[in-house]
Design a protein around this ligand. Structure first.
Ligand code: HAM
Length: 415
């Protein structure tokens, strides 16, 4: 038998208790923001029919071409671990006939996603997203409200150095015309383009704006921009989104090169970047996808939304460990008090406090040391003679309390 250690797969990680307290803070802030805005939580499966993503996200995207964890199930059907949430939410909207509900249907989600990417700081193969989707309205109000939710979340969490970049990809028709123009320009400058970009001129010319190499970037700086080719309605929509954001006090810059890596976007696209992050500077982003529901077999339905990476948010917050709340530790002078300690712990927990007792047979001294280590605010020591001593751990103060009134005394100290 091999004695080699088994480790987590590359690009994945364990979330240990010391890391989870801050994740809870991010989760609680997002839940509260969505609830206040009338978004309902949706949970879709971790794996779906591969066709959902190849059709929804787009055959020519990096995600579909090289980043999906795809496998055949035992019945020979092709399944894929979800690389993103929007396609699944739209599938669910169609499957459950949500177009019959009052529109727009506002949904949010939080959970793990999977992409076979080269791991680096802020980029993992299993990561967590918080996301929001509003389906069934093409009003610029919905774009603005959606963007505001992510803005508020980042603000509430105190994520520093945030910048909002905004663009518009226009409607699908206008984009088709522009695509042709861009392809002609790219073919004319083919010699200066990277191998990758050259290979994608016909399938996905817009992705050339995401290229990192100098030579391609120089060509793209002079390339025709989609934002200058918007039809009147798309331009008016974009201008309304901008003015709604400005009147809400949300500053933004226009980025004509913002194309994003998914094929379903139409009209508004946006990204929140953080100057504290290195190469993976995008904490979250999204946009409008007015053709996606129809693409997945549903009625023509506009939609807009975003997703933010929880690990990116945590990195940007640059927060260390946050100690979880620990209210009370019940210590015993002798093991025969263990039953009383257990009864008190249960009662305190029912009252909403966090309460623990010794589970390792420590000496009284060891128990007090342990209470300190776990960060208990108070320790109640049950004496063999039926007495009870309440210790304020950080102040070092202590006083005898009537054992029968221990719970009331603890509650009044905790406030
Ligand atoms: P996305 O830009 O591919 O959009 O991902 C959204 C966010 O997920 C990114 O801004 C980033 O913070 C995080 N993220 C993506 N890949 C990784 C990774 N490998 N490791 C860590 N974090 C990552 C979408 O997924 C769209 N579904 C967003 C959307 C919703 N558009 C409309 N509605």
């Amino acid at each position: 038998m091999s004695s080699e250690k088994i480790r987590v797969p590359k690009g994945t990680f364990d979330v240990l208790p010391v890391d989870s307290a801050l994740r809870e803070v991010v989760s609680a802030a997002s839940t509260s923001i969505f609830e206040r805005a009338g978004y309902g939580r949706i949970e879709t499966p971790i794996f779906e029919d591969t066709a959902l993503f190849s059709r929804g996200v787009g055959e020519s995207t990096d995600i579909v071409q090289k980043e999906m964890f795809t496998f055949d199930d035992l019945g020979g059907r092709s399944m894929t671990l979800r690389p993103e949430g929007t396609a699944s939410v739209c599938r669910s909207y169609v499957e459950h006939g949500m177009h019959k509900l009052a529109q727009p249907v506002k949904l949010w989600y939080r959970g793990p996603f999977f992409r076979y990417e080269a791991p680096q700081a802020g980029r993992f193969r299993q990561f967590n997203q918080i996301g929001a989707e509003a389906l069934g309205s093409d009003s610029p109000l919905v774009d603005a409200e959606s963007i505001m939710l992510l803005h508020d979340l980042l603000e509430e969490l105190g994520v520093p150095g945030i910048e909002l970049r905004l663009g518009s990809l226009g409607s699908l028709d206008a984009r088709a015309v522009y695509r042709g123009e861009l392809q002609t320009y790219l073919h004319a400058n083919e010699g200066e383009l990277s191998h990758d970009v050259r290979g994608r001129i016909d399938a996905n010319p817009l992705r050339a704006f995401d290229a990192k190499d100098e030579s391609t970037r120089a060509v793209m700086a002079e390339a025709p921009k989609l934002i200058d080719h918007l039809g009147d309605e798309d331009a008016a929509h974009f201008s309304e989104v901008r003015s709604l954001l400005s009147s809400a006090g949300i500053s933004h810059t226009i980025d004509p090169t913002l194309v994003r890596g998914l094929d379903y976007y139409t009209r508004t696209v946006f990204a929140f970047t953080c100057d504290q992050l290195g190469a993976q500077s995008e904490v979250g982003g999204g946009g409008r996808y007015d053709g996606l529901v129809a693409e997945l077999g549903g009625p023509a339905t506009p939609g807009v939304g975003w997703a933010a990476g929880i690990e990116r948010i945590l990195l940007a917050m640059d927060a260390g460990e946050v100690s979880p709340r620990r209210d009370v530790f019940i210590a015993v002078e002798s093991p025969d008090q263990a039953q009383r300690a257990m009864a008190l712990v249960v009662e305190l927990r029912h009252k909403g406090l966090t309460a623990e007792l010794d589970l390792a047979g420590r000496s009284l001294k060891g128990q007090i040391k342990h209470a300190d280590r776990v960060g208990a605010r108070q320790t109640l020591v049950l004496g063999s003679d039926g007495s009870a001593l309440l210790k304020q751990m950080s102040a070092g103060a202590q006083r005898q309390v009537e054992a029968s009134r221990a719970v009331e005394e603890i509650l009044s100290e905790i406030g």
